[in-house]
Design a binder for this molecule. Structure first.
Ligand code: NDP
Ligand code: PYC
Length: 342
């Protein structure tokens, strides 16, 4: 039955991810890095960026648009800047390889930025933000994608789904981390609705004639909408600028032109900023971070929840009980292992 679920332990998910990626040509440390991000997505209950991404990554590998074995090159163009040239490979390995230089640089300078260039990006951004927060740093990450989203007031795709992730370290609690698209929904979310045969909520997309639609395929073929109208549109423009031209990389319109109908994941850059609270505050940092806890407590006191809380709760559950994957998706992933021309 299509509504059936398959339960998998996390190490089974990890093994499956590695087998699928290897079978389809991914090589070297890329396999670990890409599998890690896919397992983390599934573990934390992010269905649009969990094992579903195996279908997406394999599609990209088949398209020939990603270099499956390239070694990222890490340089430090200035004291507060790190560059990771992914060389046309998936973003994950480049990010992992550049992270310690970014942390060092943030500690030395108070603030540092990492430009990840020439990367294929199919993933959520909170893994890199969390890695920085674990070092006691405040972190921000963003990336354009493919031109799928119409600007507020327009009706044709121009922006990517352009996620923004932010993380704040908390001494005795899970970090405050949010990570969402500047479109009303991530494209992956609409793809999952299409797979399940479900309508999408009003406000997520318009059809190719510019009319509002709740049909997932029509929105994918037409244009997605920004979250929060002109506000999301402005934020999305900012993402295009600071993770595109500012770091010498592609806008979402340039990325989809580069794709030329191949159907691969977006190609371009990611900007990651890390700030050391001790940079401004020195020994007073701990006292000021404690004031942040007052803010979080006041938020919780109203019954509101912190972003990241659901993921962390899911993480505990997934470690203990495994994850539940839709049977149809599991079947499609298993079929990737059987493909003869892989
Ligand atoms: P959502 O709209 O699901 O929003 C997710 C964020 O909002 C999470 O931080 C979540 O915390 C928080 N949140 C959700 N509900 C609440 C609530 N009621 N109270 C407080 N916080 C809440 O995300 P999207 O669908 O827009 O994006 C999903 C993922 O897709 C992201 O990880 C993003 O990076 C990725 N993406 C990647 C792209 C790329 O180009 N690489 C493009 C677009 C998206 P929690 O997790 O705890 O629920
Ligand atoms: O879900 O919008 C999305 C997305 C784009 C690239 C990776 N995820």
């Amino acid at each position: 039955m299509e509504n059936d679920m398959v339960t998998m332990a996390l190490d089974e998910v990890d093994l499956l991810a590695r087998r699928v990626l290897t079978r389809h040509g991914l090589r070297g440390d890329h396999v670990d890095a890409v599998a890690r991000t896919i397992v983390a997505g599934e573990r934390d209950g992010c269905a649009s960026h969990g094992v579903y991404r195996l279908l997406v990554a394999v599609n990209t590998l088949k398209s020939g648009k990603v270099d499956p074995a390239v070694e990222p090159v890490i340089t430090r163009p200035a004291p507060g800047l790190v560059r990771a040239d992914a060389g046309g490979g998936f973003a994950q390995l480049a990010i992992e390889r550049a992270l310690s230089a970014l942390v060092d640089s943030a500690r030395t300078n108070g603030i540092a930025a990492l430009a990840v260039n020439r990367c294929i990006h199919f993933a959520a951004l909170w893994p890199e933000v969390e890695m920085l927060v674990e070092h006691g740093l405040v972190a921000l990450a963003t990336t354009p994608s493919h031109a799928w989203v119409a600007p507020a007031g327009g009706s044709r795709p121009l922006f990517g789904t352009n996620p923004i992730a932010f993380g704040w370290p908390r001494p005795d609690a899970s970090p405050f981390v949010f990570d969402f698209a500047t479109s009303a929904a991530a494209r992956g979310e609409i793809e999952l609705h299409r797979r399940a045969g479900n309508p999408i909520p009003a406000g997520w997309g318009i059809d190719a004639d510019g009319h509002p639609t709740t049909d997932a395929q029509a929105a994918l073929d037409g244009a997605m909408l920004t979250w929060g109208g002109y506000k999301g549109s402005a934020l999305s423009t900012m993402v295009e600028l600071i993770a595109g031209p500012l770091i010498g990389d592609l806008t979402s319109a340039e990325s989809i032109a580069w794709d030329a109908g191949a159907g691969a994941s977006p190609y371009g850059g990611e900007l990651i900023v890390a700030i050391d609270p001790a940079g401004f505050l020195g020994a007073a940092a701990a006292g000021h971070l404690a004031r942040a806890e007052t803010l979080f407590d006041a938020l919780a006191a109203q019954g509101a929840r912190l972003p990241g809380a659901r993921r962390h709760a899911n993480r505990k559950l997934s470690v203990a009980e495994g994850v539940r994957v839709p049977a149809a998706l599991h079947r499609d992933i298993m079929a990737l292992l059987e493909e003869e021309d892989a």
